[in-house]
Design a protein around this ligand. Structure first.
Ligand code: NAD
Ligand code: 0WE
Length: 256
């Protein structure tokens, strides 16, 4: 089933082949979407070019550090040129300074708090505002969140607070953009072994904890995040907006 045939999309957050953004992009492309990609900086340019080239030599690939308003503006100017109309946007971007994810939350510096919220939450607002004028046929904007937005996950710290801001922003954006038939949702993913997770102390223990506690007794796969991402982007989800959908093998329902 080519659920996204004829749709165009822009993907933020591919770093390498393990990125959740890459899994969702592959699923979107499989479903028939034509995609463009951005990369954070020169360091990741080659990675993203190599991956995106699998969708054809004319795939649009652009630099975008989401802290930079001028780079965001350039991306959407190029998209307007290439696609005219945009249907899909994936926000799969998060960052907090490493030391903020190590000690106690109470020691979060003003600067670490600012950076985490700028990169991980405000960027969704900035990207949605830039995308909306191109989404003239309606659209679907998708972000990635984590359970630490709702409950205390030790060491997730300021990222949990930033994800809470991301989830609340999803609801306010859904309200603003609903009249234009633009939907805004988040997938709250269970832990996945990506670049952003690998460096985290105790991450392997967390994967094992989910296997023991989650109703499905296993961890979510990247492919499954791709499939849910495709559903939320598709017309089958036309009445779903402002939601946070847990794709975590049921972990979130447990009280103990
Ligand atoms: P990843 O490292 O592959 O992706 C994170 C991306 O954020 C990278 O591509 C990086 O370049 C990008 N990024 C960081 N700062 C940026 C900036 N200033 N400008 C532009 N891009 C920037 O890791 P991932 O696990 O695929 O993370 C993707 C999303 O999924 C994040 O929002 C993360 O919080 C979320 N998430 C991850 C997990 C997990 O366990 N891996 C679970 C739930 C949610
Ligand atoms: O959102 C995330 C991680 C995002 C992230 C990762 C890093 C590592 C490198 C943000 N900023 C940085 N900064 C760095 O310098 N996840 C959902 C994965 C994750 O990270 C954790 C987790 C889980 C799960 C950190 C502590 C506890 C659990």
């Amino acid at each position: 089933m080519r659920l996204l045939e004829g749709k165009t999309g822009i993907v933020f957050g591919v770093a390498n082949r393990r990125s959740i953004a890459w899994a969702i992009a592959q699923a979107w492309a499989q479903a028939g979407a034509t995609l463009a990609f951005t990369y954070q900086g020169e360091r990741l340019k080659e990675n993203v070019e190599e991956l995106a080239a699998t969708f054809g030599a004319d795939t649009l690939i652009l630099p975008c550090d989401v802290r930079q308003d001028d780079e965001i503006a350039s991306v959407f100017a190029a998209l307007e040129n290439k696609f005219g109309t945009l249907h899909l946007l994936l926000h799969s971007v998060a960052f907090a300074p490493r030391d903020a994810l190590e000690g106690a939350f109470i020691n979060t510096s003003r600067e670490a708090f600012r950076i985490a919220h700028d990169v991980s939450a405000y960027s969704l607002v900035a990207l949605a505002r830039a995308a909306a004028p191109l989404m003239t046929e309606g659209g679907s904007i998708l972000g990635l969140s984590y359970y630490g937005a709702r409950k205390v996950v030790p060491h997730y710290n300021v990222m949990g607070v930033a994800k809470a801001a991301l989830e609340a922003s999803t609801r306010y954006l859904a309200y603003d953009l609903g009249p234009k038939r633009i939907r805004v949702n988040c997938i709250s993913a269970g832990p996945v072994n990506t670049l952003a997770a690998r460096g985290i102390a105790g991450f392997q223990d967390m994967l094992r904890h989910y296997e023991l506690k989650a109703p499905l007794k296993r961890n979510v796969t990247a492919d499954e995040l791709g499939a849910t991402g495709t559903f939320l982007a598709s017309d089958g989800a036309a009445a779903i907006t402002g939601q946070v959908l847990y794709v975590d093998c049921g972990y979130q329902i447990m009280g103990m």
